[in-house]
Design a protein around this ligand. Structure first.
Ligand SMILES: [Zn+2]
Ligand SMILES: [Zn+2]
Length: 127
């Protein structure tokens, strides 16, 4: 590598490190003044985030977190109902379809409707 290439490489790395430092200084200043923002930033799992934290990146991460919340809430509800009914894993709903055929997400009123065409079962029921 020539001296001028090395110079350009170090200068470029230095510039992007300076941009990172400026961004982090801004966040430190803002979080010092806003405990809610500090808490929110501390709770973000940066290992789950790919790409920049711009508006599009934040919206994508929000959608992913909400989907994970809802799908796992539905799984928890499925297992909770199964435990309450005292039936084995793999037991079907009263409608005859598997628990997995029922909502992958809870409805707003906490139901797990059957997704099988023309079934009409509006909530997973092991009884
Ligand atoms: Zn059902
Ligand atoms: Zn069904």
């Amino acid at each position: 590598m020539s001296d001028s290439t090395l110079h350009a490489t170090y200068a470029g790395v230095s510039r992007s490190a300076a941009e990172q430092a400026a961004a982090l200084q801004l966040l430190l200043a803002r979080t010092a003044a806003d405990p809610g923002l500090a808490l929110a930033l501390a709770q973000i799992d940066t290992t789950e985030i790919k790409g920049p934290l711009d508006t599009a990146g934040l919206r994508a991460s929000l959608a992913e977190a909400e989907a994970e919340r809802d799908m796992n809430a539905a799984l928890a509800e499925r297992h909770h109902r199964r435990a309450l009914a005292g039936v084995a894993l793999g037991t079907s709903c009263a409608c005859g379809h598997s628990a997995a055929t029922h909502g992958p997400r809870l409805t707003e009123d906490a139901r797990l409707p059957c997704r099988h065409d023309d079934c009409g079962c509006d909530d997973l029921d092991f009884s």
